[in-house]
Design a binder for this molecule. Structure first.
Ligand SMILES: Cc1cc2nc3c(=O)[nH]c(=O)nc-3n(C[C@H](O)[C@H](O)[C@H](O)COP(=O)(O)O)c2cc1C
Length: 191
């Protein structure tokens, strides 16, 4: 069996701010992935990864990393069998913490089956489009379906740091299942 078949599927939560809802959403998304793909998905909280902003002195595309934390992050991503980015939209883009995590590496991302799930007042489509371009530059194998989950205006304004995704994003469930089905196909073709 090819290594990638047993490799973890990582669900990377794009927000690190206090009172974020990203982790709850990433957890919910990972549960849908588990149902569809019949395997456990691992949520990655970028807050747990010590990646100071753009602190590698070299060019990541060379793969020669000076910092221990970059080498650990490199191993984490290199071992992944597929990636799911769960990201909010910030001023039409995606959070700097996510870009920083992407930019710390290069070749580790290449060829990975990947899925983008965005959320925001209108679904976060603008940030998803930007992230899609960056994932293409990093040669990821992006699936076609890109769920864009609409966050109610009251939820954004309340900023409680709490959400019940299964209720508030119930209308996106079918699309998420469709996306995970595509991710499974993309992953299986690597075996
Ligand atoms: C810096 C910042 C910029 C934002 N920009 C947008 C935006 O462009 N469009 C939008 O729909 N919501 C925007 N919002 C609202 C977010 O969708 C909302 O706060 C959401 O909860 C952010 O996800 P998080 O809690 O996981 O960080 C923004 C929020 C922040 C903190």
């Amino acid at each position: 069996m090819c290594m990638i078949h047993t490799s973890p599927i990582l669900v990377i939560a794009g927000s690190v701010r206090p009172k974020r809802i990203a982790l709850q959403i990433a957890q919910w998304v990972s549960e849908i992935g588990r149902e569809v793909m019949d395997r456990t998905l691992e949520v990655v909280d970028l807050k747990d990864w010590h990646l100071p902003m753009d602190d590698e002195p070299g060019i990541p595309a060379t793969g020669a990393y000076a910092c221990d934390h970059t080498r650990v992050w490199s191993r984490k991503i290199a071992e992944a069998g597929a990636l799911v980015f769960v990201t909010p939209q910030y001023n039409w883009g995606y959070p700097a913490a996510l870009k920083n995590a992407l930019d710390h590496l290069y070749s580790e991302w290449a060829g990975k089956p990947a899925m983008i799930v965005s959320y925001g007042g209108h679904g976060g489509g603008k940030c998803a489009d930007q992230l899609r371009q960056v994932c293409e530059a990093l040669h990821m194998n992006l699936i076609a379906t890109q769920p864009r989950m609409k966050l109610p205006r009251e939820r954004i304004e309340a900023n409680t740091g709490d959400i019940e995704p299964a209720i508030e994003f119930a209308g996106h469930l079918a699309e998420l299942r469709q996306a995970f089905g595509e991710l499974e196909v993309a992953r299986a073709t690597l075996v």
